[in-house]
Ligand binder design. Sequence first.
Ligand code: TEU
Length: 576
Amino acid sequence: MRQVSEPWWKSAVVYQVYPRSFADSDGDGIGDLGGVLARLDYLHALGVDVLWLSPIYPSPQHDNGYDISDYTAVDPVFGSLEQLDELIAALHARGMRLVMDLVVNHTSDEHPWFVESRSGPDSPKRDWYWWRPPRPGMRPGDPGAEPTNWRSFFSGPAWQLDEASGEYYLHLFSHRQPDLNWENPEVRQAVYTMMRWWLDRGVDGFRMDVINLISKDPALPDGHVTGSGMLGDGSPYYVCGPRIHEFLAEMHAEVMAEREQVLLTVGEMPGVTVEEAVLFTDPARHEVDMVFQFEHVQIDQGDTKWDVHPLRLRELKASLNRWQLGLAERGWNSLYWNNHDQPRVVSRFGDDGRYRVESATLLGTVLHLHRGTPYVYQGEELGMTNTSFTSIEDFRDIESLNHYAHEVAAGTPPDAVLAGLRTMSRDNARTPMQWDDTEHAGFTTGTPWIPVNANYTEVNAAAALADPHSVLHHYRRLIELRHTEPAVAFGDFRMLLADDDRIYAFTRRYEGTELLVVANFSAEDAEAPVPDAAAWAASELVLGNYPDAGGGPPSDPDAAGLTLRPWEARVYRRPA
Ligand code: TEU
């Protein structure tokens, strides 16, 4: 049988925990490992196979832990290394695995490597980071004297002046996140040593933060100027840069080679193309198992992420279909709607008002029935929505706060900037997990580090557990279906009705079984005119997101189609 020899992660579902916002066990208002340990049975009952833990390492927490100052320890705010060992053991005892976040494009500016590097041009670690003099003919600190015109992901230039030496260092993200210089073999060896240290401790894999940005063109050319002002887009010189495949293959050989069977590696790769993703995930090339691509979560955006337009379903389908086809033969997809950087999908592509439950379960159904490994972000399984924040004081995220400061300083009306944040801010994903309807949603007995979403009395895990038709129970069924129906994990993907504005439909086929997925992305009844609709309608309904499951409106024997109610999704099965 083909699936027996397939890697385990092809039929697995991953659950992402953002520890700061998951569960607080000590009342300081910040989630921690004690909180994760206390909720493992909840995750086990959901059925997920893997827990991906966002960073818990020592950090000034400037970017909530994506600014690491010690790679081989646990920040006291999250707990201790002993608790992490306990977590590994507790997961393994439940047949689950642990994937750690690996953030090695940059460190914190408080990491001893950078402290040493900054001590002066003669430091033995100077070359571990990207240090450059000002632009020729300019003095340090002159406007435009930065070595390149690159804009950072978090607003402003990607270079920070070090007054003491008069040189600049590169930071693609915050100036508190200096970029490591992967050209230097000592840097690479230090990272590999650290990775082996974690694997020896029992972790089962890595989610690699912005890993396709680690190879920069050493010539550091200026980018095309974008927006108003002098800053430009340096991405052609650092997205999938000249040595990226070499670095990942080397990392694999040094760290993963002997342990391939148990590992899961997923590279987060902004700007990655399908063609590049095939190379990254081709098993014969030994780089990574799968990548997080960004195309489908930028489909509702214009030039910047703050420039949002309503979803056009046809574009979403076209994009996901390209990725399904592109990685059908070689490579593998990851599947996600949400993570700690993205607004909540039910607010974004669904309807978080009247049809919150229907649209959240529809979105889950569509995603989980694609070919690839699905990722569930904490609270997604409850249908958690975007925040109810009204003031800039509620926001915590550095990207959001920097963007607000820059825009307001440039003269944009504060209300307009705030409207963008409400829709797109990463804080939408970072409000506390809603466990029950008690104070602070049961997340903490203290004061939460970021306000709880006002809808927690209605949207919470306790209520969802008690309701068989909740989003939570639907996600449980979706995960179970992936485990029990090989066509979900291994079947071929075929998109149907590509031009339909409301219906998302596709088939999956594997060894004598065919599945049909039909979903109505609208608040009205809609016909799904798929080929062979009448026969499909009479076949076995495996899963539906309406309480009466298959029921639906009485089918019209003359209508050669399937009629779906608002935000209804169904999965049918028949022999192929
Ligand atoms: O994110 C990288 C990334 O490219 C974006 O999603 C980014 O978060 C931003 O939204 C661009 O507008 C990763 C982490 O997931 C993120 O939390 C970190 O802040 C970032 O890298 C730096 O480590």
